[in-house]
Design a protein around this ligand. Structure first.
Ligand code: SAM
Ligand code: SF4
Length: 469
């Protein structure tokens, strides 16, 4: 078996550099624009920063106007059917752009087109799409673009069995104070409902020296908030030639000097070790925030989901987090309407929410994904029942979040200002280290700086504050 940290071969690296250089020369002197559209999770956001980084290296100016673009890349998600439908509808709109500008190159990448059936659908039903590539083939983007610009055929690339970890792709970040840093790719867990292992491939990790170097560079350039990304960060380093666990990686990145916080996501409850929680407790640089997706409170459903832990095991981890990290903000993902979920199973999920008292829960209505074991299970739950359960869950969690947040009234908190609110620019959206949203008058704040604020008003979804001198 190949190690889970295989680097690009010399040939792959040479092909990448040659293609970037060739497209850059071809585009030389002209002001050409590129648009990158992103659907899905933080991992996709991070991938899009690399796509934009490569486009920039090839001489494109990144913009948000498809009408003036010479290159459009749509980075898709496949986790739920809804996400795929949205991406297909956006791709459909670009037909007119291509008609107006036949020189336009349209590429589709990401999880949706990593499935051969979807890649074939794009090939056959969307003739104006020039090429597709998967999440593990990002380094092939310049070569695919070069080939197409040179008059080559349309291409539809399906991810290989053993994709490499690339360290040569530039990242284009739009803000300097906040950054995603991918530490690993893929997933080996095969939860029975989830498409991710099929579209993102097996787990592979970046070398810890490369991660530490990237985080150091970010901190020294003034970055304040860094999120380490992976589908299951706790299994970082597994199967690799180097010897570094996630806990050890946390120790290394948090010993960098500077004024910053480290977050990470996502932790899988079956692999969230005490060693890792101890590492968190030993450093002030690691944010007191833990996202630990439970998915269900019923052992029967957890078994059917192939999650690899029980409700009691999960609750033990939560107790250890509470003991070692007092005041830690704890959040979760919960899935509603997994096949065969009975009223009793669902009640156990509600009971889990009452027991843990999460600060916040991201709830997902189960969506059957072709090729996953759960999609073939009997007893699929009706949309009506899923909707009713969703409402009950939201009502319960809104009450809990509201009660927890009311305990913050009058408290002094340190927050990072992340810029004006889109819906009301008179307030800035600021985040506590636990990720809670605090709205503060824009006149008192500057994007990218930390502030001490007093909480003046609280609600279930956000709080208001004023800056303390
Ligand atoms: N790796 C992470 C974990 O194990 O929790 C989560 C990654 S997954 C892409 C993010 C969330 O999407 C999951 O926690 C799950 O609740 C949701 N999800 C995954 N497959 C889904 C499906 N078929 N239908 C609805 N939600 C789904
Ligand atoms: Fe999907 Fe499970 Fe992997 Fe998370 S751990 S990405 S839910 S298979």
């Amino acid at each position: 078996m190949c190690p889970a940290d295989r680097k690009l071969t010399n040939e792959e690296e040479t092909a990448y550099r040659h293609a970037v250089e060739t497209v850059l020369i071809r585009n030389g002197g002209r002001r050409l624009y590129a648009c990158v559209y992103t659907f899905g999770c933080q991992q996709n956001e991070a991938d899009s920063e690399k796509i934009a980084g490569m486009a920039e290296a090839m001489g494109y100016v990144i913009c948000e106007e498809p009408d003036i673009a010479s290159l459009i890349v749509v980075n898709t998600c496949a986790v739920r059917e809804h996400a795929e439908k949205k991406a297909l509808s956006v791709i459909g709109q670009f037909k007119h752009c291509k008609r107006r500008n036949p020189e336009l190159v349209i590429a589709v990448c990401g999880c949706m087109v990593s499935q051969s059936s979807r890649a074939a659908e794009i090939k056959n039903k969307y003739p104006y799409v020039d090429f597709t590539f998967g999440t593990s083939d990002l380094h092939m983007f310049p070569s695919l673009l070069m080939e197409r610009l040179n008059g080559g055929r349309r291409a539809f690339i399906i991810p290989p069995e053993n994709p490499p970890v690339s360290e040569i792709i530039p990242v284009r970040r739009t803000v300097s104070y906040k950054a995603w840093v991918s530490i690993m790719y893929g997933c080996n867990n095969f939860c029975s409902y989830c498409i991710v292992p099929y579209v993102r491939g097996r787990e592979r990790s970046r070398n810890p020296d490369a991660v530490v170097q990237e985080v150091s560079g970010l901190v020294s350039s003034g970055c304040r908030d860094i999120t380490l990304l992976g589908q299951n960060v706790n299994s970082y380093g597994r199967g690799c030639d180097f010897d570094c666990s996630f806990a050890q990686l946390l120790d290394r990145v948090s010993s960098i000097e500077g004024d910053y916080k480290i977050h990470f996501m996502t932790s899988h409850p079956k692999d969230a070790t005490r060693e890792m929680i101890d590492s968190m407790a030993s450093s002030d640089h690691i944010a007191r925030q833990f996202h630990l997706p439970a998915q269900s409170g019923s052992d029967r459903i957890l078994g059917l989901m192939n999650r690899g832990y029980t409700r009691d095991g999960y609750l033990e981890t939560i107790s250890y987090i509470r003991e070692k990290l007092p005041g830690c903000v704890i959040t979760s993902d919960i899935m509603i309407g997994f096949p065969g979920e009975t009223d009793k199973d669902f009640e156990q999920t509600l009971e889990l929410l009452r027991t843990v008292r999460y600060d916040m829960v991201y709830s997902f209505i189960y969506s059957p994904r072709n090729g996953t074991p759960a999609a073939a299970m009997d007893n699929q739950i009706s949309e009506e029942v899923k909707g009713e359960r969703m409402k009950m869950l939201l009502d319960l969690q809104t009450g809990i979040s509201g009660e927890i947040n009311s305990g913050y009234l009058g408290r002094r908190m340190r927050v990072l200002c992340c810029g004006p609110s889109r819906t009301d620019p008179s307030v800035s959206e600021c985040r506590t280290e636990g990720g809670k949203l605090v709205l503060v008058p824009s006149s008192e704040t500057e994007e990218g700086r930390f502030y001490s604020v007093e909480i003046t008003e609280t609600g279930a979804y956000n709080m208001h504050g004023r800056v303390l001198q």
